[in-house]
Design a protein around this ligand. Structure first.
Ligand code: F3S
Length: 287
C-alpha cells in the first residue's frame, strides 16, 4: 500500500520583509516611464530576476553599465561612494536597502567616526559586505569565522567594534566574538546585527530538521542566507537537500520517507516553494 508523503513547513518560508519590500519597490518603479536597471541582481533568485527582466528591469553589471534613467539598489545596500558616482550621472536612485542592513551601516559609520576600528564577521565578497565597508572611515577588517578571528593581530591600544553580516549563522558569529573577546584591546563593543528574520529562519530550520525524515531548503545557490539554512539543516538531518526549483526533486530522495520538511531562503517567493511541494507530493510515496 502507498502512503502519501506528509509535508511540514518551517514557521517561516517565502520572502523576508526586506526582499518583499525591495521587489515591491522595483515593481512600482517599473510602472513608470524610462529606462530602469538594477545594480547587479536585485535579489538572489533566478526565477524572480527573470520575471522582473520580462517586465523591463535590466541588470547593470557594474557602475559604468548604469547609463541613465533609474537605478534600483538591492536590499544589500550600496557604498556611499558608488551611490555618489551613480547620482553624478544624473541617474535617479531607488534605494531598497533593508532597514536591518541600514542599522549595521549606521553602527559602522558612527562608531568608526568615534575612533573605533570595525571588525565585520561575514563574507567579504558578498554585496552587503562590499557596501558596508564603504561606511567605515578607516579600513574595515572582515573575518569569515572563528578561525580567521583567532588569527587576527589586534592593537591593544585601539578600540574595536564587532558587527555581523545580517544573514550570519548565529553560532558562527558567537564563535568569532569569543575569539576576538579573548584578545587584549583598549575597548571592545559587540553589536549583533544579524537580522531577526535570518536568525528565526535558522532556528526554525534546525527544529524542523530534527522532526522529519528529509528536509528541503528551497532557494538560490547564490543566496547566502539559503546556503546557511542548508548548513544548519545538514547539522540536524542527514537527508537534507538544497534545491532551486521543482525540477531538481529526485524520487530517490523520497524513498522510505514519511515526513518532509520545507524551508526556504529569504529571497525565495512562495510560488517557487509551492511548485516544489507539489512535485514532492507527486513523486513521494512510502512503499
Ligand atoms: Fe533584510 Fe534580513 Fe531579509 S537583512 S533583506 S530582512 S534576510
Amino acid at each position: 500500500m502507498k502512503m502519501p508523503v506528509k509535508v511540514k513547513f518551517a514557521t517561516k518560508t517565502g520572502f523576508c520583509f526586506g526582499v518583499k519590500r525591495a521587489v515591491e519597490m522595483a515593481e512600482a518603479a517599473l510602472k513608470r516611464k524610462g529606462p530602469i536597471c538594477s545594480l547587479g541582481s536585485l535579489i538572489h533568485n533566478e526565477q524572480v530576476v527573470t520575471a522582473l527582466a520580462a517586465k523591463g528591469l535590466r541588470i547593470a553589471k557594474n557602475v559604468s553599465d548604469v547609463k541613465g534613467g533609474t537605478c534600483v539598489i538591492s536590499s544589500h545596500g550600496i557604498s556611499p561612494v558608488i551611490a555618489e558616482v551613480i547620482s553624478a550621472k544624473g541617474v535617479k536612485i531607488i534605494d531598497t536597502t533593508c532597514p536591518f542592513v541600514l542599522r549595521a551601516q549606521k553602527i559602522a559609520k558612527c562608531k568608526s567616526l568615534a575612533g573605533y576600528r570595525v571588525i565585520i564577521v561575514g563574507d567579504e565578497k558578498h554585496p552587503e559586505i562590499k557596501a558596508l565597508v564603504g561606511f567605515v572611515s578607516t579600513l574595515a577588517i572582515v573575518v569569515k569565522d572563528g578561525k580567521e578571528a583567532r588569527a587576527l593581530k589586534l592593537d591593544n591600544k585601539a578600540k574595536y567594534i564587532v558587527i555581523a553580516q545580517t544573514t550570519q549563522d548565529r553560532a558562527n558569529f558567537a564563535g568569532a566574538v569569543k575569539e576576538i573577546s579573548a584578545k587584549r584591546t583598549k575597548d571592545l563593543k559587540i553589536f549583533n546585527t544579524i537580522c531577526r528574520d535570518a536568525g528565526e529562519r535558522q532556528g526554525a530550520a534546525m527544529r524542523l530538521a530534527r522532526t522529519v525524515d528529509a528536509i528541503f531548503v528551497v532557494g538560490g545557490r547564490s543566496s547566502a542566507n539559503t546556503r546557511r539554512l542548508y548548513e544548519v539543516s545538514k547539522r540536524k538531518a542527514k537527508n537534507a537537500h538544497l534545491i532551486e526549483t521543482e525540477d531538481e526533486v529526485r524520487k530517490s530522495w523520497l524513498k522510505g520517507v514519511s515526513f518532509v520538511g520545507i524551508t526556504s531562503g529569504a529571497s525565495t517567493p512562495e510560488w517557487v516553494v509551492n511548485k516544489v511541494v507539489r512535485k514532492i507530493l507527486e513523486k513521494g510515496a512510502v512503499h
